[in-house]
Design a protein around this ligand. Structure first.
Ligand SMILES: Cc1cc2nc3c(=O)[nH]c(=O)nc-3n(C[C@H](O)[C@H](O)[C@H](O)COP(=O)(O)O)c2cc1C
Length: 216
C-alpha cells in the first residue's frame, strides 16, 4: 500500500490534542518510522539520554490508564509511547557515542575533549538539574515522534497527567529513569478537540532583545 504522507506544514496546523481514540492497531512499519524519527533528534553531546516504552497491549494500556489519573485516552489509544530520560545513561553510553561518532568522522580532538567534558559536566548535576536536562532532550525526540505520527495520518495526544511512581511500577522502570511525558497515538474517535488558539506573535517573540517587536 502506498501511503501519502501529509506535509509537515499541514500536520502542524491541523494537529489537535486528540480527546478520544478508536483503538485500531498501528502497523509495525509505521511505528518503526515514528520511533526512528524520535531517535534521529539532536541531543546534548549526542548522548541520547531518552528511553521509550511502547505500550500497545490492552492489559498494559489499562494499567497505564490507572497510573495516568484514569485518562480514558491512555487506554483507547492504539499505542502509548512512554517517554523517559535515563539519568545514568551517559555513564554507560559515552564510549558507544564516541565509537559511533568516530565511525561518522568525529575528529579525534573532539572525541578526546568529549571524553572528559561529558562526565565533568553531567556528574556535577543535582538531581533537579539532571531532570531539567533530561526533559529538554526527551521532549525534542518526543516532538519528532509526534509530528512524524501526524504526517503519517495518525492523531496524537501528549500527556503529562500521570503519577511518576505508578508508571515506574507498571512498566518496571529502573530507578535511574524519569518519566517525562506520554504520547498517545492512534485515530480520532468522534469530534476533535476545540482549537484553543495561540497568543499573538507580539506576545511571545521579540527581536534582538526583550521587548522589541519582530517585523515580519
Ligand atoms: C507536555 C504536554 C502535556 C499535556 N498533558 C495533557 C494531559 O495530561 N491530558 C490532556 O488531556 N491534555 C494534555 N495536554 C494537551 C494540552 O492541553 C493541549 O496541547 C493544549 O490545550 C493545546 O491544545 P492543542 O494541542 O489541541 O493545540 C498536554 C500537552 C502537552 C504539550
Amino acid at each position: 500500500m502506498i501511503t501519502i504522507e501529509k506535509p509537515l506544514s499541514k500536520a502542524i496546523t491541523e494537529r489537535r490534542s486528540t480527546p478520544s481514540f478508536d483503538g485500531t492497531p498501528i502497523p509495525a512499519a509505521d511505528m518503526k518510522k515514528i520511533l526512528e524519527a524520535g531517535l534521529s533528534a539532536p541531543s546534548g553531546y549526542n548522548m541520547q539520554p531518552w528511553r521509550f516504552v511502547v505500550v500497545q497491549s490492552p492489559d498494559q494500556k489499562k494499567r497505564l490508564r490507572g497510573a495516568s489519573y484514569n485518562q480514558a485516552k491512555v487506554e483507547e489509544a492504539s499505542a502509548v509511547i512512554v517517554a523517559c530520560g535515563d539519568s545514568d545513561g551517559w555513564r554507560r553510553d559515552l564510549d558507544l557515542m564516541l565509537q559511533q561518532g568516530r565511525e561518522g568522522g568525529m575528529p579525534e580532538s573532539y572525541a578526546e575533549q568529549a571524553k572528559s567534558s561529558v562526565p565533568d559536566y553531567l556528574s556535577s548535576f543535582s538531581a533537579d538539574k539532571m531532570f531539567g536536562w533530561l526533559n529538554k532532550q526527551v521532549m525534542l525526540a518526543f516532538s519528532f515522534m509526534l509530528l512524524t505520527a501526524e504526517t503519517l495520518g495518525y492523531d496524537t495526544a501528549p500527556l503529562e497527567g500521570f503519577e511518576q511512581d505508578k508508571i515506574h511500577e507498571v512498566l518496571r522502570l529502573p530507578m535511574s529513569y524519569r518519566v517525562v511525558a506520554l504520547l498517545a497515538v492512534g485515530h480520532l474517535k468522534g469530534a476533535d478537540k476545540f482549537d484553543g488558539g495561540r497568543f499573538d506573535i507580539t506576545h511571545t517573540v521579540f527581536a534582538e532583545e526583550f521587548g522589541k517587536p519582530i517585523k515580519l
